[in-house]
Design a protein around this ligand. Structure first.
Ligand code: HEM
Length: 403
């Protein structure tokens, strides 16, 4: 097939090998060499264009000629529980379906839920910090349960269910990595089935006894006379649970780890020079927890001088955009005082993260509460990385209180 490369050479397969342990450990040198080659490059092994720069990523995410076009996984009959959760939610749809779904969910969200959650998150963070000893895993013991508790409270489901909610969610999101195997698929189907049944039961309960939670508001949300269908309601709740915790855990982990590796930056926050609100944006930018979002061209379209043909896919390399020296001075330097900080961490365009205000509130509170209690935390040993690149994070981060 002819590629319209206009000066960009096709890449050799080893230059972005998402499965390579070296790349997973530190993707940034490879991403920098890709940016140096050009803003939009053809990647033969994945069969997609790579948008490498902040400008190219922004163009793709904002241009309505690019869409998130969902195609059901095959074999469709077996994959149906997984497919249905994706086909029926806003993130995998484009206008007009996206507009309708997003407006309905945003309307429910907009009923003061985030504001109401603030004091609850503060209480939750304080009580969780009380349980921490002199050395602990700041991910497993603190950052990981927190967002599931928050989203569970928001939706009005029991906090005790957080382990199974997290397990289902992780089984589903493993499907977003390249090269998915049979076991991953089977786990995702089982998790989708169990998760959907769970949410359907909660929806039934709320129909008979409404509460002041988001699920009740989602049931009641109307838009020009239409409501969310049952399948859309289930898919939206699962989306909120998945989106609401996977990224938050990894922002905390990647960002906090960077902070512990740069004690002089940590001291700028604990010493009061840099407010947590400003620092958080650098924690989101520096080591992106969501490294890749894909779009498909619905028409021939030019991006940064490169023609992308209708039907071709573009992978937006978010971690690369966030290290682009054309936008960020000393882009590879971790600077908690960086302001302005126009990172692409929450995306752009119509799919811009619906949960960004909640995520920001939750992360600001959890970081502030932890640092208020333990201003002198330090790393205790190596922190193992998760073996995945697209959803980038740590397995655990052991820390100790400096005495
Ligand atoms: C720091 C944590 C978070 C990060 C970094 C993050 C990032 C993102 C990004 C990059 C997108 C855009 C995806 C795309 O363009 O294809 C997105 C979409 C979305 N996020 Fe988040 N997110 C976070 C937390 C949350 C939370 C807490 C919630 C909800 C409770 C949430 C709900 C959503 C939803 C519903 C969408 C889909 C929006 C749409 O398709 O219109 N996110 N998020």
């Amino acid at each position: 097939m002819t590629r319209h490369t206009w000066g960009h050479l096709p890449l050799a397969g080893d230059q972005l090998d998402a499965g390579s342990p070296d790349f997973v450990r530190d993707p940034y040198p490879v991403l920098a060499s890709l940016r140096a080659k050009g803003p939009v490059l053809w990647h033969e092994p994945m069969g997609v264009w790579l948008a490498t720069t902040h400008d190219a990523v922004s163009q793709v995410l904002r241009n309505r000629a690019f869409g998130r076009l969902w195609t059901d996984w095959e074999p469709a009959a077996q994959m149906e529980p997984f497919n249905a959760l994706h086909r029926n939610q806003m993130m995998e749809n484009e206008p007009p379906t996206h507009t309708r779904l997003r407006r309905l969910v945003a309307a429910a969200f907009g009923r003061g839920h985030v504001e109401r959650m603030r004091p609850r998150i503060e209480q939750l963070a304080a009580s969780m910090v009380d349980e921490l000893g002199k050395s602990f895993d700041v991910l497993g013991d603190y950052a990981e349960p927190m967002p599931v508790f928050v989203i569970a409270d928001l939706l009005g489901v029991p906090r005790e269910d957080h382990v199974k909610l997290r397990d289902w969610s992780q089984a589903i999101v493993h499907m977003y990595e390249p090269n998915v195997g049979a076991l991953t698929k089977k786990a995702a189907i089982d998790a989708s089935t169990a998760f959907s049944d769970y949410v359907r039961d909660v929806v039934e309960q709320r129909r008979s006894s409404p509460g002041d939670d988001l699920i009740t508001d989602l049931i009641e949300a109307r838009d020009d006379g239409t409501r969310l269908s049952d399948d859309e309601l289930v898919a939206s709740v699962v989306l909120l649970l998945n989106a609401g915790h996977e990224a938050s855990v990894n922002v905390f982990g990647n960002g906090f780890h960077a902070l512990l590796e740069h004690p002089e930056q940590l001291a700028r926050i604990t010493g009061g020079e840099v407010p947590v609100e400003i620092a958080l944006e650098e924690l989101i930018r520096f080591d992106a927890p969501l490294q890749l979002f894909e779009r498909t061209a619905t028409a021939d379209v030019e991006v940064s001088g490169q023609l992308v043909r209708a039907g071709e896919k573009v992978a937006c390399l978010m971690g690369s955009a966030n290290r682009d020296a054309a936008v960020f001075e000393d882009a590879d330097v971790f600077d908690v005082g960086r302001d302005p900080n126009p990172h692409v961490g929450f995306g752009m365009g119509v799919h811009f993260c619906l949960g960004a205000p909640l995520a920001r509130a939750e992360l600001q509170i959890s970081i502030r509460t932890l640092l208020d209690r333990f201003p002198e935390l330090r790393l205790a040993g190596e922190s193992p990385r998760r073996p995945t690149w697209v959803l980038r994070g740590y397995e655990s981060i052991n820390v100790e209180v400096a005495s």
